[in-house]
Write a protein that binds this ligand. Structure first.
Ligand code: F6P
Length: 366
């Protein structure tokens, strides 16, 4: 029986458990065996009990659960060749030569590198007498399939990453709570949201809650942003608004890439506009918690597709990433998706904001 490993890596995201559940059950439905790799790449490097065979019942009730029940970890050992050699040996010992990884761009790039090194790692292991020649022969190729799990929605070549809509929902709920108290006191709130270098959560939560002003990394505000923000906020107040909500992406910066801090925005609202202002950093409540319906559906459909991709993959085809584009579950070359993601980051670092935005828009258009 073909043995398929499944692992979560990088920051946890709601829907990761649904993805593991789908991979385990689809593998079994297709006559394969499923293995859960616990604690991310650490599990591959350490092996033993961290790579466990999973049954249909093991993933019962996982669809709605937040976080990742098979764990995740940052693993410096896997970045070293020796760590990857140990990982290859552990996989061979368990008879696994296909791995579905649910993680962000860093985790998926690591996996693809592992795939390209696989034949060398195996011949090294044979030479050193750590595995038998026949074992290497029967697992000549490593199949890697990537699924993107991240609340940030920062991966190119997919419209949504697993977890982003659960996080967005949570942010909106939190901003609604804040709205009630802000309106009561006619206060202003500066709310910092996650997203690392990506402004998707900030932008979408701003639209969803009718925020007065939003700061995004991809579209830094004009040079005179202090004046602009104050004039917009005071206009809204004159129109009768009893509260002010400013949302800042944690990666927001000005056109010189200098971070825009919540404290700076608060000082402007308090000192220039005389508003009683508070700062709320939402933090990890945005990441934990159960998965919304969209993430349950996305993780299930993508998990099914991931197993199909494993079973159809050829040694010559590039590792696929399972995406959703215009509501269709599709496969895209993992390396291309990571390269496009890095390109956007590079454009922002080089202050080419318009090009970065165009590239993001082009992805949506695709
Ligand atoms: O990538 C997910 C994310 O939650 C980002 O939005 C945030 O910048 C980062 O992870 C926080 O990481 P940590 O939990 O390690 O502090």
């Amino acid at each position: 029986k073909r043995r398929i490993g499944v692992m979560t890596s990088g920051g946890d995201a709601p829907g990761m458990n649904g993805a593991v559940r789908a991979v385990v059950r689809m593998s079994i439905a297709k006559g394969c065996e499923a293995y859960g790799v616990y604690e991310g790449y650490e599990g591959l490097v350490q092996g033993g009990d961290l790579i466990k065979k999973m049954s249909w019942d093991d993933v019962r009730g996982w669809l709605s659960e937040g976080g990742t029940l098979i764990g995740t970890a940052r693993c410096p050992a896997f970045r070293e060749r020796d760590g990857r050699r140990k990982a290859a040996k552990n996989m061979i010992m368990k008879g696994i030569d296909a791995l579905v990884i649910i993680g962000g761009d860093g985790s998926l790039t690591g996996a693809d590198k592992f795939r390209s090194e696989w034949p060398e790692l195996l011949s090294e292991l044979v030479k050193q007498g750590e595995i038998r020649k026949e074992q290497a022969e029967s697992h000549k190729h490593l199949n890697i399939v990537g699924m993107v799990g991240s609340i940030d929605n920062d991966m190119s070549l997919t419209d949504a990453t697993i977890g982003c809509y659960s996080s967005l929902g949570r942010i909106c709920q939190m901003v609604d709570y804040i709205d009630a108290t802000a309106s009561s006191h006619q206060r202003a709130f500066v709310i910092e949201v996650m997203g690392r270098h990506c402004g998707w959560l900030a932008l979408m939560s701003g639209v969803s809650t009718g925020a007065d002003f939003v700061f995004l990394p991809e579209r830094p505000p004009p040079v005179e942003w202090e004046k602009q923000m104050c004039s917009i906020v005071s206009k809204h107040r004159k129109l009768g608004k009893r509260k002010t909500i400013v949302i800042i992406a944690e990666g927001a910066h000005d056109r010189q890439l200098k971070p825009i801090k919540a404290s700076r925005v608060k000082d402007l609202l308090s000192n220039d506009l005389g508003l009683d202002t508070r700062i709320t950093t939402l933090g990890h409540v945005q990441r934990g918690g159960n998965a919304c319906a969209y993430d349950r559906i996305l993780s299930t459909l993508q998990g099914v597709e991931a197993v199909k991709a494993v079973l159809e993959s050829e040694p010559s085809t590039p590792s696929p990433m399972i995406s959703i584009i215009e509501n269709k579950i599709v496969r895209r070359p993992l390396v291309e998706a990571v390269a496009a993601t890095n390109k956007v980051a590079e454009l922002i670092e080089n202050k080419k904001f318009e090009e970065a935005i165009t590239m993001r828009d082009a992805e949506f258009a695709e």
